[in-house]
Design a binder for this molecule. Structure first.
Ligand code: GLN
Length: 493
């Protein structure tokens, strides 16, 4: 068996090309590791047999020099991306038996580049959450634990299955989605790299919708370079998504030839005033120092309306969700719970099909959109959103990137925050403004806190400037104290 723990996307790509191992050997090694890691509860569905068949085809292509750019490399897919002929549940009971007859554009792009799906990864139900505890399949467990503690921690959410799987080497790349932080926050909690591309960069077609004006797909990987490789394969214009951007997908891997000297980074004053853990604050200061030493100008900037980002987000996202989730009525598709009449069929289906957090969002969303409250809440939130957007555009007139921590704390315990929605929502305070402004951002592991848990630094750039995220991000990887991998404590020996 191949030791997949030491591999990443780019090293696998090179090894397959050189013939160090075959795709089939590689897929078998991941399968064995996934089978030994059931404790982490990352995969909702596995597709091992198809993966082995596909690996044989890829090996043939590699031999004949017909390989795609990521040929024969295994991938885990968040269970929010529709996969043709393979169950897609959004980790919800209401979609527990849903088998799409079509493929999402992002997964189609990845498969076209040669990637092989190992299975579907857990997430918070309908991507609503910050801890992956709201999945109908139960909580996902973070492969990281504090030093000298056996307490099980959350992997972040909603893409917690994706982040835990990459951190535990159960796939070298996982797809994820980010509506308010769901790629970056789980990446920060698990010592992985999470990229939320510019809104419109990756097609939303075939992804189960949460809040359509905010949802964006992106990769979770082990390294910045892998993030660039993955974005290359995922992104591109798609006429099936009306908000897809018709913008050239440049060669993102080129970021490696660039120099940071003379560039500038902004530090938002308002973020300094937030309630951040001491370790996270110190780590942020350390990162600023790394950039100074590389010749980057550090500037203090203002994002005055970001203090309203969280309340605005928790109006806009539920409003869009309440409308998007109206389709799950027991009639068109998904679960059906029969009743005496149509009304009771609707009610029973939705009462049994949705979990508490999803119901909470639907109730909030319906309320803020209702006649009489629409102007006071929804319209007001949209105005705030515009002001936040303008804050960022103003800042990017003077800086090339913005640097903040990704999360206010490191990973918390399973069960610790689940009964306190406001506390859970406050996790998104540093990530949500980016979604409201449609900007790209990346979270990069930047060190371990005093109890040995990973921390993440967030970089934000202007629309469609993902390349600078990679360019700046690389320095964090090169400067941080080496982060070792989590020990394999969950694997039965
Ligand atoms: N935690 C946020 C929420 O619950 C973000 C979720 C997401 O980005 N999908 O809405």
């Amino acid at each position: 068996m191949i030791d997949v723990r030491v591999l990443d996307l780019s090293s696998i790509r090179d090894s397959l090309k050189k013939g160090d191992f075959t795709s089939k050997e590689l897929v078998k090694s991941y399968i064995e590791r996934i089978e030994g890691s059931s404790k982490l509860n990352t995969y909702n569905t596995t597709t091992f047999e198809q993966a082995l068949d596909r690996a044989e085809i890829s090996d043939g292509k590699i031999k004949k020099n017909e390989a795609g750019p990521l040929e024969g490399i295994p991938i885990g897919i968040k269970d929010l991306f529709c996969t043709q002929g393979v169950k897609t549940t959004a980790s919800s009971k209401i979609l527990e038996n849903f088998i799409p007859s079509y493929e999402s554009t992002v997964t189609e792009n990845l498969f076209k580049s040669g990637m092989i799906m190992l299975g579907k990864l857990s997430n918070d139900e309908f991507a609503m959450g910050s801890s992956n505890e709201t999945s109908a399949n139960g909580a996902v467990v973070n492969p990281w634990r504090s030093r000298n503690s056996e307490k099980e921690l959350v992997p972040g959410g909603s893409s917690g299955g994706s982040s835990a799987a990459v951190a535990a080497s159960l796939c070298p790349l996982a797809t994820a989605t980010d509506t308010g932080g769901s790629i970056r926050q789980p990446a920060a909690f698990t010592g992985t790299v999470g990229l939320k591309p510019t809104y419109g960069r990756c097609s939303r077609w075939g992804i189960v919708a949460f809040a359509s004006s905010l949802d964006q797909a992106g990769p979770i990987t082990k390294t910045v370079r892998d993030s660039a490789l993955a974005l290359q394969a995922m992104a591109g214009y798609d006429n099936k998504d009306s908000t897809s951007a018709n913008i050239e997908v440049e060669n993102f891997e080129n970021y490696r030839n660039s120099n940071l000297n003379g560039m500038s980074i902004g530090i938002p004053k308002e973020f300094e005033e937030l309630d951040l853990s001491l370790d996270i604050r110190q780590n942020w200061e350390e990162a600023i120092q790394w950039y100074k030493e590389a010749g980057v100008n550090i500037k203090s900037i203002n994002l005055p309306h970001c203090k309203y980002a969280l309340p605005a987000y928790y109006i806009i996202a539920p409003a869009e969700a309440s409308s998007n989730l109206a389709r799950y009525d027991g009639v068109k598709y998904g679960k059906r719970v029969p009743g005496e009449d149509l009304d009771s069929l609707y009610k029973r289906t939705r009462a049994e099909g949705f979990g508490d957090e999803v119901k909470r969002r639907i109730l909030m969303g319906t309320y803020v959109l209702s006649a009489g409250y629409y102007d006071a809440y929804y319209l007001k939130a949209q105005k705030v959103r515009r002001l936040i957007h303008e804050d960022f555009l103003e800042a990017f007139k003077t800086v090339d990137a913005i640097l903040t921590p990704t999360t206010p704390t490191t990973a918390f315990g399973i069960g610790e925050n689940i009964s306190d929605p406001l506390k859970m929502y406050s996790n998104d305070i540093l990530t949500v403004p980016v979604n409201l402004a449609g900007l790209p951002a990346i979270s990069i592991p930047s060190g371990l806190d005093s109890s040995g848990l990973p921390m993440g630094i967030q970089l934000i750039t202007n629309h469609f400037d993902e390349k600078s995220l990679f360019k700046f991000g690389r320095l964090i990887e090169e400067s941080r104290v080496n982060i070792e991998m989590p020990t394999d404590w969950w694997i039965k020996k």
